[in-house]
Design a protein around this ligand. Sequence first.
Ligand SMILES: O=C(CO)COP(=O)(O)O
Ligand SMILES: O=C[C@H](O)COP(=O)(O)O
Ligand SMILES: [Zn+2]
Ligand SMILES: [Zn+2]
Length: 334
Amino acid sequence: MVNYKDLGLVNTREMFKRAINGGYAIPAFNFNNMEQLQAIIKASSDKKSPVILQVSKGARAYANETLLRYLAQGAVEYAKELGCEHPEICLHLDHGDSFEICKSCVDSGFSSVMIDGSSLPYEENVALTKKVVEYAHQFDVTVEGELGVLAGVEDEVVAEESHYTQPEEVIDFVTRTGCDSLAISIGTSHGAYKFKPEQCTRDPKTGKLVPPPLAFDVLDAIMEKLPGFPIVLHGSSSVPQEYVDIINANGGKLPDAVGIPEEQLRKASKSAVCKINIDSDSRLAFTAAVRKVFNDKPGEFDPRKYCGPARDLMYDLYCHKITEVLGSDNKLAE
Ligand SMILES: O=C(CO)COP(=O)(O)O
Ligand SMILES: O=C[C@H](O)COP(=O)(O)O
Ligand SMILES: [Zn+2]
Ligand SMILES: [Zn+2]
């Protein structure tokens, strides 16, 4: 049994309170390997931003959960070495799908967990989320619940289209479960293909797809029901076209990949949305950098020579998200 406080990590409670009051959002970046983690910690330290390190079930399986956890623990010391005296780093389980996985993360030093019962019937979602909250709160670990279904593949469930969170349900859900934050569905989705071409229009100049706007009316209705309550947006990669273009110009094939325009994420950050999840953009940056090295220097076979540039590009991406989109720079606690 390891408590996150002994590891120098923090839960999300204080960072969310400040984010709501300050009109910005905390970045929640997924990581699966050392280079991603280094880039996240360097960017958040350099920009003096609180940060949420997200570990998915897939990441636990890929990297070995014990190794990942130790990497994340090392992140606190690494941030200090980088000159960030009091880093605010939260280690969060992304899309936990059972009580057992959430408990195992709480017991091993995570400071926050998500229990995603959004694919279950409502009452089962309530019961499962409540059970996780009752366990996690004993150790001051914060819990994210989810209501509504994102389009695409989520939690191994495939949804043809999104089912927006129903504002009529949120008060009951939050009150009965006691969860600390709520992930909602207002039109975002996971991955690099968030919208089908037929849902979009085309920019006549560039020929690029322009996606439909997020359902800000649903967000507004939710915020009216839950004033001051922390809201989370999953599936918030913007799929930067510069990365897609580099990938496609260097042997890749990502036709019509499209994400959430950053302008909409900027707008959401100013509201009660205080956690924005970004994974795919980091994957795209990594892939773009590696493909370019492979194409430019076919003789290269030292992984440091292509993972290094990938790390640099992810660093730029994270800095950009923090300072230009979410506004979480210079927001560490006094
Ligand atoms: O929601 C996410 C992780 O939980 C990530 O979403 P993206 O696929 O848009 O990066
Ligand atoms: O929510 C999805 C995250 O992007 C994690 O994806 P993953 O399960 O492939 O690691
Ligand atoms: Zn979900
Ligand atoms: Zn997600």
